[in-house]
Design a protein around this ligand. Structure first.
Ligand SMILES: Nc1nc2c(ncn2[C@@H]2O[C@H](COP(=O)(O)OP(=O)(O)OP(=O)(O)O)[C@@H](O)[C@H]2O)c(=O)[nH]1
Ligand SMILES: [Mg+2]
Length: 148
């Protein structure tokens, strides 16, 4: 994975697949341990799911996002309810894009898309970490070569 990426911050509920996707984007390997605190995986800022599940932590996410060029909102394909407040994307002074995760497990991609649109994202990627092409489409989008 020699492609240089912009600084990206991952936001989404516990188990949605943030760390797995971060490792896959950076190193091509999907291993992930439970995230305990905000930290870096290469140029990716990874957050624990608890930070979006608990409004008391929203401020920590917003603060960390100042270091990022792009914000990623993740929503699982088979997740019925959105974790994101309506138009939460507007709270970030950054480009916010949506990622539908675990599309290999089925689920309702149309509903996931609606959830992310309600959160105010600009663009949506459908991803399975087991489908290298789907990951590469996102990697190209957040690659340094594409101007901000
Ligand atoms: N089938 C499938 N499983 C996935 C995919 N992405 C992640 N997973 C699995 O989902 C589980 C949770 O992934 P994590 O990356 O740890 O989730 P997280 O969002 O970082 O969770 P927290 O750190 O708790 O906030 C793991 O068992 C992953 O293997 C995917 O695209 N397909
Ligand atoms: Mg994690």
């Amino acid at each position: 994975m020699e492609q240089a990426l912009k600084t990206v911050i991952m936001v989404g509920r516990t188990e949605v697949g943030k760390t797995t996707l971060a490792n896959t984007l950076m190193y091509g390997s999907p291993e992930a341990l439970k995230t305990q605190s905000i930290g870096r995986i290469g140029s990716i800022i990874d957050t624990p799911g608890e930070f979006i599940e608990n409004p008391i932590y929203y401020r920590a996410i917003l603060l960390s996002a100042y270091d990022a060029d792009v914000v990623l909102f993740l929503n699982e394909a088979n997740e019925s309810e959105s974790i994101f407040p309506p138009n939460f994307a507007a709270s970030f002074n950054r480009e916010v894009i949506g990622v539908i995760t675990k599309i290999d497990l089925g689920g309702d991609v149309t509903r996931a898309r609606k959830n992310l649109q309600a959160a105010g994202v600009s663009q949506i990627f459908e991803i399975s970490v087991h489908d290298a092409e789907s990951v590469q489409r996102l990697r190209d989008y957040i690659s340094r070569e594409r101007p901000l």
